[in-house]
Design a protein around this ligand. Structure first.
Ligand code: DC
Length: 224
């Protein structure tokens, strides 16, 4: 029996998912779970281990123990005890995460961890397949999107703050389109809107307006 309340927030990269999921979780008093960070952690670990083929990646998975903790509402993710939260936001790790996330054994590995978190805490969980695969019975399902150009603009601004010389806007846009393509066309758990998810488009909305749209959906679905 499900005792916790589950909000599933899916969508492509750069739609504002993580910022909005964090804000929504704070407002609802729920735990925010950024599942992309889990795929990123696997990607970083495999890059360090120089595991490149699917076979090598699958063989190395049992050597990785991923744990999560929360400090001031911020999610920290640990790879075998090391806090890697600050290391998993580079363009290389983004591409690596998209790549490892297409491997069924990787998704299975994270499935249990995500379910365990969502069954023991009320959560706002953001990802690509939360409403479709991980939490098919979630109380609220939202599919958050925006145009590719708008999402690239946002990614670029975010990257400028952390890694100013990493990429030009055109490179970010190219990566956004490439990742969408990879995430939507993979065979396993492709990025798609669940039938019972509410579509929220943030192309023409700022963060505050987007937050209000999401909160309105939750208020209605949760009867708040
Ligand atoms: O949300 P993000 O950019 O941190 O996600 C990194 C990659 O991980 C993204 O390319 C797709 C993948 N991912 C996934 O396949 N399933 C999830 N639930 C979350 C992320």
């Amino acid at each position: 029996m499900k005792k916790s309340t589950q909000v599933a927030l899916d969508g492509p990269s750069g739609a504002g998912k993580s910022t909005l999921a964090r804000r929504l979780a704070a407002r609802l008093g729920f735990v925010y779970v950024d599942t992309g960070a889990l795929y990123r952690t696997i990607a970083l670990f495999m890059m360090r281990e120089q595991a490149e083929s699917d076979t090598e990646i699958i063989a190395k998975l049992p050597e990785l123990n991923i744990t999560i903790s929360y400090e001031n509402g911020q999610q920290h993710v640990f790879a075998n005890g090391e806090d890697v939260s600050a290391l998993i936001r580079t363009p290389e790790v983004s591409m690596g995460a998209s790549r490892v996330s297409a491997i069924p054994a990787v998704r299975q590995f994270l499935f249990d961890l995500q379910r365990e978190l969502a069954n023991t805490h009320s959560v706002v969980m953001d990802g690509r397949d939360i409403g479709t695969v991980v939490l098919p019975d979630a109380d609220v399902k939202i599919f958050l999107t925006a145009s590719a150009e708008k999402r690239a603009e946002r990614r670029f601004a975010e990257l400028q703050e952390k890694h100013p010389d990493a990429q030009t806007y055109e490179e970010v846009l190219r990566d956004v389109i490439k990742r969408d393509e990879q995430d939507m066309n993979r065979e396993i758990a492709p990025l798609r809107q669940a039938e019972d998810a509410v579509l929220v488009d943030t192309t023409n909305a700022d963060l505050d307006q987007s937050e209000e749209m999401l909160f309105a959906v939750c208020r209605e679905k949760l009867g708040l």
